[in-house]
Design a protein around this ligand. Structure first.
Ligand SMILES: [Zn+2]
Length: 463
């Protein structure tokens, strides 16, 4: 039995803030003591958390590790991606496995297990992207759910690659409703977008900024509205991934005001970056190409308001890194060939603490809720993960609110040749990151080993 005591810290959950000592036995939280009341001499290790907060480990519900896209693959695999996540205080990720068109769901699930097996530094779970929905794959969804993969993602964009039509979306939603699974929607109307892209290229508009100009917010607002209507018809909940635009948020607000089980996440890039970044000199804008695109700066405040009013429940990363060299470069002559995605798995908590908690936009408790508790509840990881409670996994962060740190590609751990936040100083960061009670990162040093992370079976949707 391993017994660890975290002493002298202030515990912060989604609802409470209180001074306490935490006892961890065999990877789980075993006892919570009033400060100084833990029995002395019974612990193998003690972590001094004086002056620091003790938070549930971050849960990143949207990552793309080792993912094929546009003839290349995202730059982080399960080894480098989860190691980077751990450095930034994230202790569980939910990555997107992919069903290739025409193939059984089983094959997509097996492929993702093979990518992750023996490599991860922290726990991981999977969603499954479905690229065709028919009676055969709808039947297969039941088996996938039984294996602990309880959410499915569908795309309204990327015709010919990921796009599924409204009938397929509706059928998958009905089936998800029966199974207690959740449908995650990439809600952007891809067919007109593709026409706008062709028209822009025909006019010689090839620079990165046209990525944003050919994907207007109305395409996302329409997709969001349609996804909500289809889910309402199917009697099923729906979760919008990477919501980026003010008009899309309005659709979510309206649905929630009507009492519909509509959920949505946004990502740090939409809270901190804007379409102006796509217009940086030369080809630098390519660093900021992601989908949906970065929006006008004014929309950042709309998203912060959504987080405040709980119309947005989660901030995840959509970590999908591509190097400038050899990958983003593919789009030098056409923005349409720039692989879509940005690195972010390591920087989410730094940015949200510094730009959210320190600026007073959100409380510490809300920070914990949007980065850990809400994704745990929505995606069936709660109560093992997402909070600090007796019996929960000891996935914890000791957070030093005074730690100063400059975000630089050279010191971050993601295997990509840039960070969109290069040179930005942030205050607040983890001094210790624990997974199942083991210290995996201490003072920026990795203490774990590859393969420590386990696959986590998730429960069905129960909000
Ligand atoms: Zn994504």
């Amino acid at each position: 039995m391993t017994r660890t005591l975290i002493t002298g810290g202030t515990v912060v959950t989604a609802v409470d803030t209180y001074a306490a000592d935490l006892a961890i036995v065999d990877g789980k939280i075993a006892a919570i003591f009033a400060p100084g009341h833990a029995p002395t001499g019974t612990f193998d290790a003690t972590i001094d958390a004086r002056g620091k907060y003790v938070l549930p480990g971050g849960i990143d519900a949207h990552t793309h590790l080792d993912m094929p896209f546009g003839g290349t693959s995202s730059a982080d695999d399960f080894e480098s991606g989860t190691l980077a996540a751990a450095h930034g205080g994230t202790t569980t990720i939910v990555d997107f496995a992919i069903q290739q068109k025409g193939e059984p769901l089983r094959k997509g699930v097996d492929a993702w297990h093979a990518k992750a097996e023996g490599k991860a530094a922290i726990d991981y779970a999977f969603h499954l992207i479905m690229t065709d929905v028919n009676e055969r794959t709808a039947a297969e969804m039941g088996q996938v759910v039984q294996e602990g993969i309880t959410s499915f993602k569908l795309f309204m964009s990327y015709p010919g690659v990921f796009l599924v039509d409204d009938g397929q979306i509706f059928r998958a939603m009905q089936r998800a409703g029966e199974l207690g699974a959740l449908i995650c929607m990439h809600a952007e109307n891809g067919l007109p977008i593709d026409i706008l892209v062709q028209q822009a290229l025909a006019k010689g508009h090839t620079a990165p900024k046209y990525h944003a100009l050919t994907r207007p917010q109305i395409a996302e607002a329409e997709g969001t509205h349609r996804a909500i209507c289809l889910a309402e018809m199917a009697g099923a909940p729906v979760y919008m991934v990477h919501l980026s635009a003010e008009r899309a948020l309005k659709q979510v607000v309206e649905a929630r005001d009507r009492g519909l089980p509509t959920y949505a996440e946004t990502c740090p890039q939409y809270l901190f970056l804007s379409e102006d970044d796509l217009d940086r000199p030369g080809f630098e804008g390519a660093k900021y190409v992601c989908t949906p695109p970065l929006r006008p700066r004014s929309m950042q405040e709309d998203l912060w308001r959504g987080l405040k009013t709980h119309d947005l429940q989660v901030v995840s990363t959509d970590h999908c890194p591509f190097c400038m060299k050899g990958q983003k470069e593919l789009g030098k002559d056409s923005f349409a060939k720039i692989p879509n995605g940005m690195p972010g798995i390591e920087t989410r908590l730094y940015l949200l603490w510094d730009g959210g908690v320190r600026t007073g936009r959100i409380s510490m408790n809300r920070f914990v809720e949007i980065t850990s508790t809400a994704p745990a509840k929505i995606f069936g990881l709660y109560p093992h993960k997402g909070t600090i409670a007796i019996g929960a996994d000891a996935d914890l962060i000791v957070w030093d609110p005074l730690k100063r740190h400059t975000l630089k590609q050279s010191t971050l751990h993601m295997k990509v040749d840039y960070t969109p936040y290069e040179g930005q100083e942030v205050v607040g960061g983890p001094s210790h990151v624990l997974s199942h009670g083991r210290v995996v990162v201490q003072d920026f040093k990795y203490q774990g080993k590859k393969g420590d992370g386990r696959f986590v079976k998730r429960s069905t949707f129960s909000l």
